[in-house]
Design a protein around this ligand. Structure first.
Ligand code: KIV
Ligand code: ZN
Length: 389
């Protein structure tokens, strides 16, 4: 079995569906550039048929990103698929991601279709997508509440129609790791053409189990994980990219699997997202939260001084956290501000923009005793990154 797990980032699509996380075109392009640097295998840039704005953002990202795949989401119908292709066709590595629900409740109430009609729609939609694009992913929406033998049929239909990736999402965050692993394993084992596709996992965090479910599915043979930075997404969110990547990395003794992620870019990527959407990272968030590497108790501090591994299972440096004790205030000079910006991974300012930020920091320092990293990030977003739509 292949030992590579592909990382499919959907921060710009499912993540953006998180209330209050909308991003403008400029912000999406900036994040896409960072995701490329992070080393994700595929960026799901949006849902082109859902709005003109999404179409334009996906198109711009597809034209800008050079080194990884760019996917657009489409319902399993020709007009959506055609629109998606229009948006991504200039990408170096385009992918059409089409989906249709397979659970009894979705088929009966949402789609109002019989299971046989759903299979026919999958066949037609995937065939059409494949006639346009060499890489086609099919998602069986609400897979975790679908009948497992019907899922086997849906997966086989999609693969025979040309799908190269089959995603079995836990759309409503209902799965429990052991059951989900069993379901994924069952479909892979019983689908007669499963060796012709990569199986993928996509989880939501309604029960706080998205990372556990994702790891369980990987253990059962899934080789693509669909994730978002900081776990942002619909309702309680999606699976957090940084948590899955570090779990696979720290516990490679168990998984024996690799990703293509540049781990040192994890923290800078999450900080950039938090800065763009204007939502702070909770202090107790795994891997990237302010307290994730803080040691408060005397016993822990003593242990850390003797050997860091007594209480740390990874180093802050391994995920790109630079501990910086530079305190910015009204007496700070340009060098200190420059070095602080670098520690926050803000390295793309022109000289003119730097001067603008430097002056804005000075003006703020006259009014405020302590300038926090978040203050500086907000100034950069307000003065430089946030362009009108
Ligand atoms: O949660 C879900 O089922 C989705 C699909 C569109 C993949 O986001
Ligand atoms: Zn989703």
């Amino acid at each position: 079995m292949n030992n590579r797990v592909y990382i499919f980032d959907t921060t710009l699509r499912d993540g953006e569906q998180s209330p209050g996380a909308t991003m403008n075109l400029q912000e999406k392009l900036r994040l896409a550039e960072q995701l490329e640097k992070l080393g994700v295998d595929c960026i799901e840039a949006g849902f082109p048929a859902s709005s003109q704005g999404d179409f334009e953002a996906v198109k711009a990202i597809a034209e800008k990103v050079k080194n990884c795949q760019v996917a657009g989401l489409a319902r399993c119908m020709e007009k959506d698929i055609e629109r998606t292709w229009e948006a991504i066709k200039n990408a170096n590595y385009p992918r059409i991601h089409t989906f249709l629900a397979t659970s009894p409740i979705h088929m009966q109430y949402k789609l109002r279709k019989e299971p046989e009609e759903v299979l026919a729609m999958i066949e037609k939609g995937v065939k059409f997508a494949r006639s346009l694009c060499p890489v086609v992913e099919f998602s069986a929406e609400d897979a975790s509440r679908s009948d497992k033998d019907f899922l086997v049929k849906a997966a086989a239909t999609a693969i025979n129609a040309g799908a190269t990736v089959i995603n079995l999402p836990d759309t409503v965050g209902y799965a429990i790791p052991s059951d989900y692993a069993e379901l994924i394993g069952y479909v892979i084992k019983n689908c007669p053409v499963s060796d012709k596709a990569v199986f993928s996992v996509h989880c939501h965090d309604d029960l706080g189990l998205s990372v556990s479910n994702t790891l369980a599915a990987i253990g059962a043979g899934a080789r693509q994980a669909e994730v978002t930075l900081c776990g942002i997404g619909e309702r309680a969110g999606n699976t957090s990219l940084e948590e899955v990547v570090m779990a696979l990395n720290v516990r490679r003794d168990l998984f024996h699997l690799e990703t293509g992620i540049v781990k040192e870019q994890l923290f800078p990527s999450c900080r950039l997202l938090s800065m763009i959407i204007g939502k702070p990272i909770p202090a107790n968030k795994a891997i990237i939260g302010g307290n994730a590497f803080a040691h408060e108790s005397g016993i822990h501090q003593d242990g850390m001084l003797k050997n860091r591994e007594t209480y740390e299972i990874m180093t802050p440096q391994s995920i790109g956290r630079i501990s910086s004790d530079i305190v910015i205030g009204k007496h700070s000079g340009r060098n200190a501000v420059r070095s602080k910006l670098e520690s926050l991974n803000i390295t793309d300012l022109t000289e003119e923009q730097f001067e603008q930020i430097f002056n804005a920091i000075k003006a703020l320092a006259d009014k405020k005793k302590t300038i926090h990293d978040e203050d500086i990030e907000s100034l950069v977003v307000g003065e430089v990154y946030r362009m009108p739509d």
